[in-house]
Ligand binder design. Structure first.
Ligand code: NDP
Length: 295
C-alpha cells in the first residue's frame, strides 16, 4: 500500500518559510502585494480567487481583487493591467483563467510585466524556465517538486512520465524534472499505446483532466504517482486523474485528491509574489532559482 504524499503538510511547512520572509521584508518597509483580476462570473474561478486572497491574508501579503463583468472589453482589461504594471505597491499580477471568449488570453498574458508575472505564464518567463534560469516558479509543477523533495524522492536518473502537455502543467513539469536530471517522456492525446509508456514510469505525473483516467494496469509496481487532476465525478465529488483506490495498492507513493498537489499551487503563487517584491524593490537580482534542481 502506497505512502500518501501529504500536500497539505508540505504546503503548511512551505508557508511557514514564506511567512518568515514576509516578516523580514516588513521590517524593511516592504509589503508584498498581489493583484488578482477576475473577469466574468465563472464559479470555479471565484473559488480559486477567494482561496488566493485567503492565503495572502494568512501570510501578511497585501491583496487587491478586481472583479470585472463578463462584458468587459479587451482594451478596458489592458488599461487595468497597464495601471497595475505601473503601481509600485503591486508586485504580482494574476489574471484568472478562463477569460471570456472575446478576450485574447495570450495578448493579456503578454501584456503583464514579466517582473510581475507571478503565474510565470509570460513567454519571457516560460523561456527562462526552459533554459533552467528562472526566478518565477511555474506554480503547480514547482509545488510537485516541493512534495517530491520533502519526501526525499529524487528524480535524478529516473524515468519520469508526464501525461499532459499543457502550458500550465505538463510542459513546465517536464522541464523541472529534466532540470532535476530525470529522463522524461511527455505523453498527450496522440500518444500511441499510452499504457506501455506509463508502465515504464518510476515517477508518473497525471495531468489530463479526466476522471480516474490512469488505471492500475497502467502503473508500474512501486511507482511514485502524482495526480494533478481536479475533476468532478457524477456525484459532484472532487476526484483526480488517477483511479486512487486501485493504484494505491501498486504504487510506493501517491498524492491524494484532494490534499495532494492542489494545496501546493497557491503556496507557490505566494512564494512568487514574495520573490517579485524582492526583485522589484532591488533586494534580489533576477537570478536563477535552482531550488527545483537541488535534492
Ligand atoms: P489541459 O486540458 O490544458 O491539458 C490536458 C492534457 O491532457 C493535454 O495535453 C491533452 O493532450 C492530454 N490528454 C487528453 N486526453 C488524453 C489522452 N486520452 N491520452 C493522453 N493525454 C491526453 O489541462 P491542464 O493541464 O490545465 O489540467 C489537467 C488537470 O489538472 C485538470 O484536471 C485540471 O483541473 C488540473 N489542474 C490542477 C491544478 C492543481 O493545482 N492541482 C492546477 C492546474 C490544473 P493534447 O495536448 O494532445 O490535447
Amino acid at each position: 500500500m502506497a505512502v500518501l504524499l501529504d500536500g497539505k503538510q508540505v504546503s503548511a511547512a512551505t508557508r511557514e518559510g514564506i511567512r518568515t520572509e514576509v516578516e523580514v521584508l516588513a521590517g524593511e518597509g516592504i509589503v508584498p502585494g498581489l493583484a488578482v483580476v477576475l473577469v466574468g462570473d465563472d464559479v470555479g474561478s471565484q473559488v480559486y480567487v477567494r482561496n488566493k486572497k485567503r492565503a495572502c491574508d494568512e501570510l501578511g501579503i497585501r491583496s487587491w481583487q478586481y472583479t470585472l463583468p463578463e462584458t468587459t472589453g479587451q482594451a478596458e482589461l489592458l488599461a487595468l493591467i497597464d495601471r497595475l504594471n505601473r503601481d509600485p505597491q503591486v508586485h504580482g499580477i494574476l489574471v484568472q483563467s478562463p477569460l471570456p471568449a472575446h478576450i485574447d488570453e495570450a495578448l493579456v498574458t503578454n501584456f503583464i510585466r514579466p517582473e510581475k508575472d507571478v503565474d510565470a505564464f509570460h513567454p519571457f518567463n516560460v523561456g527562462r524556465i526552459v533554459l533552467g534560469d528562472y526566478a518565477y516558479l511555474p506554480c503547480t509543477p514547482a509545488g510537485i517538486m516541493e512534495i517530491l523533495r520533502s519526501y526525499r524522492i529524487d528524480p535524478a536518473g529516473k524515468h519520469c512520465v508526464v501525461v499532459g502537455r499543457s502550458h500550465i502543467v505538463g510542459r513546465p513539469m517536464s522541464m523541472l524534472l529534466l532540470h532535476a536530471n530525470a529522463t522524461v517522456t511527455i505523453c498527450h492525446s496522440h500518444t500511441r499505446d499510452l499504457g506501455a509508456i506509463t508502465r515504464q514510469a518510476e515517477i508518473l505525473v497525471a495531468a489530463v483532466g479526466r476522471e480516474r483516467f490512469i488505471t492500475a494496469d497502467m502503473v508500474r509496481d512501486g511507482a511514485v504517482v502524482i495526480d494533478v487532476g481536479m475533476n468532478r465525478d457524477a456525484s459532484g465529488k472532487l476526484c483526480g486523474d488517477v483511479d486512487f483506490d486501485a493504484v494505491r495498492e501498486k504504487a510506493s507513493y501517491i498524492t491524494p485528491v484532494p490534499g495532494g498537489v492542489g494545496p501546493m499551487t497557491i503556496t507557490m503563487l505566494m512564494k512568487n509574489t514574495v520573490t517579485a517584491a524582492k526583485i522589484l524593490s532591488g533586494k534580489q537580482a533576477e537570478t536563477l532559482d535552482t531550488s527545483s534542481m537541488r535534492w
